[in-house]
Design a protein around this ligand. Sequence first.
Ligand code: FEO
Ligand code: CA
Ligand code: CA
Ligand code: CA
Length: 594
Amino acid sequence: KAKAAEGGSKFTFTEVEAGVDQTHHVAEGYDADVLLRWGDGLFPDSPEFDPTKQTPEAQARQFGYNNDYVGFIPIDGSSEHGMLVVNHEYTNEHLMFPGIVTVKDGQAEVAPADQKRVDIEMAAHGGTIVEIRKEGGKWQVVRDGANNRRITATTEMELTGPAAGHDRLKTSADATGKKVSGTVNNCAGGVTPWGTYIMAEENFHGYFLGELPEGNREAENYKRYGVPNGSYEWGRFHDRFDLSKEPNEPNRFGWVVEVDVDDPNSVPKKRTALGRFKHEGADNIVSKDGHVVFYLGDDERFDYVYKFVTAGTYNPDDRAANMDLLDEGTLYVAKFEDDGSMEWLPLTHGEGPLTAENGFESQADVLIETRKAADLLGATPMDRPEDIGPDGNTGRVYVMLTNNTKRKDPNAANPRADNAFGHIVEIAEDGGDFAATKGTWEILVKCGDPSVAEVGATFSTETTKDGWFGMPDNCAIDTDGRLWVSTDGNSPKDTGRTDGLFAVDTDGEARGTSKLFFRVPIGAEMCGPLPTPDLTTFFVAVQHPGDGGEDWEGFGRPSYYEDLSTRWPDFKDDMPVRPSVLAITKQGGGKIGV
Ligand code: FEO
Ligand code: CA
Ligand code: CA
Ligand code: CA
């Protein structure tokens, strides 16, 4: 175990006590105010939220479901006025629609969807772009903000970059292979230095059903991505989600989407140069010589860590000059050696095994089947790569590996078999250059309860019974170089605690010390945080509150935590649980965490 001296931590806040109950908890001396709930109006004409009378049209004018990534794009450099961008990853039908769950023989059953329900679900996906302003110390939504916008599963988008227009992307609705309807399962994301919003498409396989026509060339491709999966019933009402009718549609998802938030009519771009996989996030940073480097996780057991380096350089004086930087560059996949070195292997057509003999006729094929290309290059299969955060102060990069209970064969970078709690890998890019193709790595922390010897957790000895965590998912390195980690999957049943936001020391004697700053209500996952540039506000997202613990008659399946079920954040009998974004500020003002 790493040693940490008393007082060596960068964080001096009083820790929250770990536990589980109906509501959220923030460290003493801080406020956590609800800013936006599922269903809240975003425009002057948005209908009032009424969960019993919801329509697709109303939902498209309201804040969507299951807020995940939160970004803040300052207006004129302000930390008190800006555009908030929020991904709406997916929908929980059993928590959204009254009366659709019945219980037979103790088993909960969700009624089949009708078209209206499906269209509400599609309108609740995507993202929100909304102006916000701090007034009298409290954040407010500016409902008549000129650039407020909802993006949904039906917003028109353009495919750009090396795979755009390829035959494998053409459908009966789009003979050009360049025009797509909407985005789905946008998990984490990013904001670029030129102020665009990046939405990463993660588990797109869940939206497709039906069978590929006999002998279709995509069979092997789709198998590698788990398509179809049929979690959603959209394909019963919209042919494009049915493989038997539109065999190429799944190739149009699994990309990184870039949105210009300065123009509410801009067409979002799916940037194919960044590869096609289950993109967790797209945190990014400018390298020493001006290239922009995107760190990309593919969240599946035994999948890979990637980065993309733009061919061009960032121009801080000319926003327009940066708007297509993401169409040209090199996509790399990581190989972690057991001796603590690592290499970034380029996914470039014609190099190594990425040739016609292996089915890659062009760079488009390499990108459409990114996973297969990375398999052939011998990349290191990881324990579910989630968010990846670069630290501009040190040239280090933090990789959240959430868990992998199927791992039987540990290696140095994934050192535990049956890895239930995950770990964090710290990469040091050669020369502190984010565009480098080599680096070194070490494990910052193996997660889990340090008091249980078999778990093998390696938090510092200063970490308290409240401060340890499992299942790291999102991360942020703030402008002070402080690491914040959000978790997903800490089960109250197994550990007596919910997910939360943790402050983690990375330097000096306190390295490996973790402290609990905020925790979510029962059933929820923690997403974010996103600090304002001055570090006085942290925006966090509480996703799927009450999942597995709800009891609102007609809305949910029976709770297995009946005494702890919740209707957060309204706590009203006629309101369901509502995923929400919160703004955390210090009472009396000042920097968060100290
Ligand atoms: Fe949507 Fe990888 O979490
Ligand atoms: Ca999530
Ligand atoms: Ca995630
Ligand atoms: Ca996760």
